[in-house]
Design a protein around this ligand. Structure first.
Ligand code: MF3
Ligand code: CO
Length: 254
């Protein structure tokens, strides 16, 4: 990951307004996916919906072709952590499915993810989803002018580990703007008061990836799909957040 000598591009209020538009498209599509997800639908159908809806809004799917990624949507089911390939396999009752989607709209990127329950899920899976989503909101609350990056990272780690789950180390959040991935890297683990000082105009994608068992992960033979080493469940929520004079603004929200 990037370290010192980071190039953090600050965004003007006009640019943030544009990112509000690209992220609104992402949010709308994720809400559409939320309505579609049920036992019997395949993640390839979800990919098709996401791509077609984005194009109909004049947006380009951001992930397709990025580093060679072959789909528009990342669909990571159960022990898949992130970057799962959509497939013809139908979702089944009891599955959890992380859906991660991004667009490029008029030159600015939007990026967000949710993990959804397919039908009725186990108590433990439901708690994993709740804790992961809550950790994202705790992190967002720290995305304030004058705070440090480590305050965000620590907020996730402290809450998640306190709940008995673990934080994935090998993948992190990121700055976002005219590029899908910009500096700074935004880890979901770290120490409060450490790291760069957050400033109004920074826009970051915060994306906790949380495992029910150990934090270790590996990449499958397809070269993309990240899975838990121990086969335990994993959940993932992501928002694109602007740091403004008035506090954090979640751009990828309906
Ligand atoms: N939200 C993910 C990320 O920021 C999705 C990227 S998938 C890729 O890393 F295919 F575009 F790499
Ligand atoms: Co992201």
């Amino acid at each position: 990951m990037f370290k010192e000598n980071e190039m953090i591009v600050l965004k003007s209020p006009e640019e943030i307004a544009k990112m509000r538009e690209s992220n609104a498209i992402v949010a709308e599509i994720l809400e559409g996916l939320r309505d579609l997800v049920k036992p019997g639908i395949s993640t390839l159908e979800l990919d098709k919906f996401a791509e077609e809806t984005a194009r109909s809004r004049g947006a380009l799917p951001a992930f397709k072709g990025y580093g060679g990624y072959p789909f528009s949507l990342c669909a990571s089911v159960n022990s898949e952590v992130v970057h799962g390939f959509p497939s013809e396999r139908n979702l089944e009752e009891g599955d959890i499915a992380s859906l991660d989607f991004g667009v490029n709209y008029k030159g600015y990127f939007g990026d967000a993810a949710i993990t959804l329950a397919v039908g009725k899920i186990s108590k433990k899976a439901a708690r994993l989803l709740k804790v992961t989503e809550e950790s994202l909101y705790r992190a967002i609350a720290k995305a304030k002018n004058g705070n440090r990056l480590g305050d965000i990272s620590h907020a996730v780690q402290e809450y998640v580990e306190g709940a008995g789950f673990s934080v994935v180390r090998d993948y992190v959040g990121h700055g976002i703007g005219k590029n899908l991935h910009e500096d700074p890297a935004v880890p979901n683990f770290g120490s409060p008061g450490r790291g760069i000082v957050l400033k109004a105009g920074m826009v970051i994608a915060i994306e906790p990836m949380i495992n029910e068992g150990g934090y270790e992960v590996r990449v499958k033979e397809d070269g993309w799909t990240v899975i838990t080493k121990d086969g335990g469940l994993s959940a993932h929520f992501e928002h694109t957040v602007a740091i403004t004079e008035k506090g954090p603004e979640i751009l990828s929200k309906l």
